[in-house]
Design a protein around this ligand. Structure first.
Ligand code: 2M8
Length: 408
């Protein structure tokens, strides 16, 4: 079997029901929102109908207010903590109660570019529009979107959130049993201090019945996140294109794009782009992979892009690219989002570098990413010094994005 065949096989094996795919068989046995967007992009190269069904599968989980939750559970599977009953959501659905980076329109635009099926765009347009309206209405703070849980960032234990999490006072006694660290070595997963806060926040959200205004007032973790806002910008551009293709209004999306981009440039830059802690009123000046994302959405000026390129070089050990500053004492080449190489970040980078004409660098990262997977396997993340794979094996987005890189 070729590596490409392996990749396709992983997606097919991780299929749940023809409409959703597990990120990995054991560690993540349900459908995750942004994972499935990457998965759909992978499928679009060899089974376009299945790619479209992955998108429909995500949309099934949408709440009445437009929110798209980060996990769609099902009643047949067990083995993940926090399980569906822990979320206590105010919705007659089996889902989590928080969202993830809004990749949906980006994935749909990728699919559309393969077969120009306007019928599919018409089926999904209103629902994605409703999701964007939800984000603009409930998550906007001075023209930037905020996240209210580290899991919403997709880069869960990125050290940029450490200080904010440390300030959270846990006011109740927490009793819970993790499952992740029974499957994967504890030293490769988030710490207990982090999990305590993840779970505490969930319990607070349930107490507030997921009312965003109350959460925004009372919670300590309110972050205008660089990665999330960059993806929001790009997704609005894609919604603008989609709207135009099917004769719908595109102006609102382009307004959101412009307003967010302007605010990011005003508020989030200090040489590099950083996230802003709303409660502590500080720019979190820690260098992480999130600072690369403005390239992907073409937010940075030429000069800023050149600085980001230097940062990428600083973040390149033997295998590109570290997710956290390798010179920082918080860097850990084995622990989750605190240093290891992640394939989706490399994918964002490759696309972003191409947009600024940094073709050589983009191709270099692309070839090294493909070779890393070929040699070390379809892992969730990789040691940037040795290439060793960690976390889940047969990880879906590693497979899906490899398919995309091969075909790009
Ligand atoms: C990781 O996050 C989940 C919680 O959502 C977990 O650790 O249990 C993150 O890497 C996230 O970005 C990803 O979507 C998810 C599933 O692959 O796993």
């Amino acid at each position: 079997m070729t590596t490409l065949d392996n990749a396709k096989d992983i997606l097919i094996t991780n299929d749940i029901d023809g409409y959703s795919t597990r990120p990995s068989p054991k560690l993540y046995p349900y459908q995750w929102f942004w994972d499935s967007c990457f998965i759909a992009i992978g499928y679009s190269h060899f089974d376009i109908d299945r790619a479209k069904r992955e998108i429909l599968g995500i949309l099934e989980s949408q709440w009445a207010n437009g929110m798209i939750p980060h996990i769609k559970f099902n009643s047949k599977t067990k083995g993940y903590f926090p399980s569906p009953d822990k979320w206590k959501i105010p919705e007659p659905k089996l889902t989590s109660g928080i969202t993830q980076p809004p990749m949906l329109a980006i994935a749909v635009w990728e699919i559309y570019n393969k077969d120009r099926d306007k019928k599919f765009l018409r089926i999904v347009f209103e629902k994605i529009k409703k999701y964007h309206e939800y984000l603009a209405k409930y998550r906007e703070n001075e023209n930037l979107l905020f996240i209210d849980h580290p899991w919403e960032s997709g880069t869960d234990d990125n050290p940029i959130y450490d200080e904010t999490l440390r300030r959270i006072k846990i006011t109740i006694s927490l009793r819970y049993k993790r499952k992740d660290n029974k499957i994967i070595a504890s030293s490769h997963r988030p710490t207990k201090e982090h999990y305590d806060r993840y779970i505490f926040l969930l319990q607070e959200f349930a107490k507030y019945k997921y009312k965003i205004n109350i959460i925004k007032n009372r919670s300590q973790f309110i972050i205008e996140d660089v990665l999330f806002n960059s993806i929001w910008c790009e997704a609005n551009l894609c919604m603008g294109y989609i709207a135009r293709e099917i004769g719908e209004k595109s102006l609102q999306f382009l307004d959101w794009y412009e307003a967010t981009k302007k605010k990011m440039r005003e508020k989030l830059v200090d040489k590099y782009y950083f996230s802003f802690d709303v409660k502590n009123k500080t720019l979190i000046k820690k260098k992480s992979c999130a600072s690369f994302l403005p390239l992907f959405a073409k937010i940075s000026s030429r000069k800023e892009a050149e600085e980001i390129l230097k940062l990428i070089n600083d973040f390149t050990l033997k295998f590109p690219v570290c997710t956290y500053d390798p010179k920082s004492p918080e860097f850990d080449p084995k622990r989750y989002w605190r240093g290891p190489v992640w394939i989706n970040i490399n994918w964002f980078l490759i696309r972003g570098l191409m947009k600024y004409g940094f073709v050589k660098k983009a191709n270099e990262i692309k070839m090294k990413t493909i070779n890393l997977i070929k040699k070390h396997g379809f892992y969730e993340y990789f040691n940037p010094k040795t290439g060793e794979g960690y976390g889940a094996d047969n990880f879906s987005w590693t497979a899906a994005l490899l398919i995309d890189l091969f075909n790009d």
